[in-house]
Design a protein around this ligand. Structure first.
Ligand SMILES: [Fe+2]
Ligand SMILES: [Fe+2]
Length: 492
């Protein structure tokens, strides 16, 4: 029995140690909080005021209205908490978008004859799942379906069930979709699925209506199966067309946008490949390492792939000051012989990178990779040189300005950035243990330096990252092994 208790204690300690501390979401300024709260109040009023019928006003009705009002306010609060939990970097504009869409949905729902619930709930679910993630979209859909102010006025239960299922499908697929073409497929297949479900569930009379062709009724009449599905398809198409506007107005970063940015024909990446080919090569190798590690821990692979491509764009301001672009020429740092100035040039690749990110309008989550991949790391070589030359300096002059990685993805990029050069320089005959030792040494030095404390990476995840870096190195080494060729080229 005692052994079992000790084992349980050990296991629970191991579990606690392997967990990262909960990361606090971004805090909003007072005015933003006030705006969000006011929108929540309007949502609650719109969703509950019909309970207050002026001719039969009594205490029971007032208490019932008040309880509904509080319930809706709480639902809004839960929705905000879920969105913050799913994406801790969510900003106030995005929260306003989520609650604002709920407000529009509740307003339109006041008159159920105006638009079908399908058209009110499904398109916003697509916007939210694309921009903020599946969980937030599912929470939004649940609340939009529950707070139905006129549910007692003969709302078709089957229609609400179909709406709920269609919205959930859109929320789940919307969070996974990686191209605009797949989005177009959604706008076609979801209305088709809804149309078939309505025919099967809503009875024969409606089915007959769809056969008798009356253009005015079919296209405009709310509650008609054909009209509902057609309106839904049209609204979904409009949502997809307007997605770039939502992306730029609310700072949303959809998977489709990430893939567009990762296109190597983008002007900034073309410049990097032409003006700084060494940096571009380094970037591609880091992409491989970071992508594999992120996939292993279940992080955002598309985000890190794109972030890695842009992390060193600041080197474009002076490519030849960085070793990977020197290609046999004399190192200008040796000629300069001023460690402090050299450190300033290294810091410049971060500052100039952020300027380029602003100029080319890179989304914030991508621009974050530029300073965070360097964190507050020490520029070891120049610090050593300055100490050797007995220059009177402070260690902070030889550290990047930061901030340290604020997300798992930027932290993985920092680790990949550190390991890439060391792994590339390893002997072709080195074994797995030697490679793993090199990776562990670099990662532990970053950990000890406090670079990972705000990244939310757990011990278990760091272990998985080391193993995935090793796997990528094994693949690279395999490609570098020269196979012997026979004298008479019989292999060919
Ligand atoms: Fe860098
Ligand atoms: Fe780099």
């Amino acid at each position: 029995m005692q052994k079992l208790t000790t084992l349980i204690k050990k296991l629970s300690n191991f579990w606690i140690k392997s967990q990262a501390s909960y990361r606090k979401p971004v805090t909003f300024i007072k005015i933003d909080k006030l705006v969000i709260f006011m929108i929540c109040i309007i949502v609650a009023v719109l969703s509950s005021y019909k309970l207050l019928t002026p001719d039969q006003l009594n205490t029971t009705i007032i208490i019932s209205w008040f309880l509904t009002f509080i319930e809706i306010l709480l639902c809004c609060g839960i929705l905000i908490l879920i969105s913050q939990k799913e994406s801790p970097t969510i900003n106030s504009r995005q929260i306003v978008l989520i609650i604002g869409l709920l407000l529009i949905a509740q307003y339109i729902k006041i008159d159920p004859n105006y638009l079908s619930p399908l058209s009110i709930i499904v398109p916003p679910a697509l916007i939210i799942s694309q921009g903020m993630g599946t969980n937030t979209a599912l929470a939004w859909v649940s609340i939009a379906c529950i707070n139905w102010p006129t549910s007692s006025n003969g709302l078709n239960n089957y229609l609400l069930v179909i709406t709920f299922i269609a919205s959930c499908v859109v929320s789940i697929l919307g969070g996974k979709i990686r191209s605009r073409a797949q989005l177009l497929q959604i706008s076609l297949f979801v209305p088709l699925g809804v149309f078939i479900s309505q025919i099967l569930l809503l009875g024969e009379s409606n089915y007959k209506n769809t056969i008798i062709f009356n253009i005015q009724n079919k296209l405009l009449k709310s509650g008609d199966i054909f009209s509902d599905s057609l309106t839904l398809a049209f609204l979904l198409l409009m949502t997809i067309l307007m997605m770039p506007i939502f992306e730029s107005t609310f700072g949303l970063l959809t998977n489709a946008r990430l893939l567009e940015l990762a296109d190597k024909e983008k002007p900034l990446l073309r410049r990097l490949s032409i003006e700084a080919p060494g940096t571009f090569e380094h970037t591609l190798l880091i992409c491989g390492l970071a992508e594999e590690a992120t996939r292993t821990i279940g992080g955002d692979v598309d985000l890190i792939k794109t972030g890695a491509l842009y992390h060193d764009i600041g080197k474009l301001h002076a490519p030849h000051w960085f070793i990977e672009n020197q290609n046999g020429i004399t190192n200008p740092h040796d000629e300069l012989n001023d460690p402090l100035e050299s450190a300033r040039i290294l810091q410049n690749h971060v500052d100039e990178g952020l300027k380029l990110a602003r100029k080319y309008r890179l989304p914030k989550p991508i621009a974050n990779f530029i300073p965070e991949h360097q964190g507050t790391l020490k520029m070891g070589y120049f610090l050593y040189k300055a100490k050797k030359d007995k220059i009177n300096i402070s260690e902070n002059d030889f550290r990047y300005k930061g901030p340290i990685p604020q997300s798992k993805e930027t932290a993985i990029l920092m680790l990949a950035d550190g390991c890439e050069a060391a792994l590339r320089a390893m002997d072709i005959n080195a074994n797995d243990d030697e490679a793993l030792h090199t990776i562990s040494r670099i990662i532990s030095s970053r950990e000890k330096d406090g670079q990972l404390v705000e990244s939310n990476l757990s011990k278990g995840e760091i272990f998985l990252i080391k193993r995935s870096f090793l796997n990528v190195w094994k693949r690279i080494r395999h490609r570098r092994i020269q196979y012997p060729s026979s004298k008479n080229n019989t292999f060919l």
